[in-house]
Design a protein around this ligand. Structure first.
Ligand code: ZN
Length: 110
């Protein structure tokens, strides 16, 4: 193998690696959108840590927390508590749904 071939291989290697990295970075969520009954209620940046109490119909609530680029429902007074037990979400397309409150937290890219 000639010296030129090795350099070419290294360049190709770096090119492939940056493509893979770009692909891996791409699904990272940019914004967290909260819908109630299909209508948008809130929009948060995933870069900021927040705790937001979301009042839902009938005096109910869900508490949304964004921390270290991950969103969770830390507390809710819904009957089944499925949203509270959902794993933290961090990628575009991930969602946490609270059926009793008709609430969905969806990660979208801008
Ligand atoms: Zn719930």
């Amino acid at each position: 193998m000639k010296k030129g071939d090795i350099i070419l291989l290294i360049i190709l290697g770096i090119g492939t690696l940056s493509c893979v990295l770009f692909f891996l970075m791409k699904p990272k969520a940019v914004i967290c959108v909260v819908y109630e009954n299909g209508a948008e209620r809130y929009r948060f940046s995933m870069d900021e840590d927040i705790t937001q109490r979301i009042e839902t119909e009938g005096g109910h609530y869900n508490i949304l927390e964004i921390k270290d680029g991950k969103a969770t429902v830390s507390e809710a007074d819904c009957a089944n508590q499925i949203c509270v037990h959902s794993a933290p979400i961090s990628k575009t397309g991930d969602s946490i749904i609270c059926l009793p409150h008709k609430l969905s937290v969806i990660l979208e890219s801008e």
